[in-house]
Design a protein around this ligand. Structure first.
Ligand SMILES: Nc1ncnc2c1ncn2[C@@H]1O[C@H](COP(=O)(O)OP(=O)(O)OP(=O)(O)O)[C@@H](O)[C@H]1O
Ligand SMILES: CC(C)(CO)[C@@H](O)C(=O)NCCC(=O)O
Ligand SMILES: [K+]
Length: 267
């Protein structure tokens, strides 16, 4: 093993979300690569635990990785932020893993069951762009999470995310199809005359109206409050918000890597 590998200080960050995994490769404070994968089955994680080098590891977890001379010779630590306990448990076999817990996040006023993803994303956003900060996470769930100028949790809200709303409508009714989130490239007619568009209209317009309402309530509390949006549906929701309320959208920071910035801050 060459000593300079240690100087490079390579580490992996893994966010285990409810739908999928989000990965980042850091060299010290610098994010080198970020990518998403499906949840991994236990057998694959056991395979990772047997790897000897970062190259071996990336060949398994990074879908389009080509072996280079750049990374080699040792297995990096993985720092995990997970909101899926069954997935977290699978990582016990990996030699150098640290599961991040709420008590490592310096936010004040947290309640014990606050999701680690919400705490880290808020901490990351606040540390990079400043407090007061409101984070909107447009993931499996849609969450609002905020902190004041003293870095103290103000609180937030949790509702079903875009795809989850479509899925639930399709699964819990006798006649409704499951609308695919990715087909929504433009706003549907508000008053729709067919079933798929009626579903799209109902979900999209109420989601956007809800987001707008939370933002206005946030600015009532903190007129200078900042807002960042992350999550797999951030671009879609941001684009629709921009089309409907450009004067609000212009204030949004769109940034997928908030949790990684949070992990970097506490590392
Ligand atoms: N390639 C993709 N695979 C899965 N979902 C995707 C993809 N691209 C965009 N999405 C959207 O991302 C959303 C899920 O967001 P994201 O991946 O941020 O969630 P997550 O991090 O797994 O879950 P959590 O909300 O628990 O953090 C889905 O609603 C889906 O519409
Ligand atoms: C709300 C989710 C699912 C968002 O990923 C996660 O942060 C979580 O499971 N939170 C626990 C409950 C809470 O944050 O109040
Ligand atoms: K989420």
């Amino acid at each position: 093993m060459k000593p300079q590998r240690h100087i490079e200080n390579i580490w992996l960050a893994l966010e285990i979300g409810n739908s999928r995994l989000h990965w980042a490769l850091f060299k010290g404070e610098t994010l080198d690569l970020a990518w998403d994968t499906e949840h991994l089955p236990e057998s694959v994680i056991q395979q990772l635990a047997q790897c000897q080098t970062l190259d071996d590891l990336l060949l398994i977890i990074f879908p389009i990785y080509h072996k280079t001379a750049a990374f080699s010779s040792f297995l990096p630590p993985i720092f995990i932020a997970s909101v899926v306990p069954s997935q977290t448990a699978l990582w016990q076999s990996y030699p150098h893993v640290e599961i991040i817990t709420l008590n490592q996040v310096p936010l004040l006023g947290m309640y014990p069951t606050l999701g680690i993803d919400r705490a880290l994303a808020l901490w990351g956003a606040g540390k990079v762009w400043g407090f007061p900060m409101l984070v909107i996470d447009a993931g499996t769930t849609l969450t609002f999470t905020s902190a004041d100028i003293n870095q103290c949790l103000v609180g937030g809200a949790i509702l079903p995310g875009l795809s989850l709303q479509f899925l639930t409508l399709g699964q819990k009714t006798g006649q409704l199809p499951i609308v695919e989130t990715k087909i929504i490239t433009s706003l549907p007619p508000r008053f729709a005359l067919n079933t798929p568009e009626a579903i799209q209209s109902g979900v999209i317009y109420t989601l956007i109206a809800g987001i707008k309402d939370f933002i206005e309530a946030w600015w009532d509390l903190f007129p200078q409050g900042k807002i960042a949006i992350k999550g797999g549906d951030r671009t879609l929701l941001f684009n629709h918000l921009q089309a409907l309320y450009p004067e609000i959208a212009v204030h949004l920071i769109v940034e997928q890597n908030l949790i990684f910035w949070g992990m970097r801050e506490i590392n």
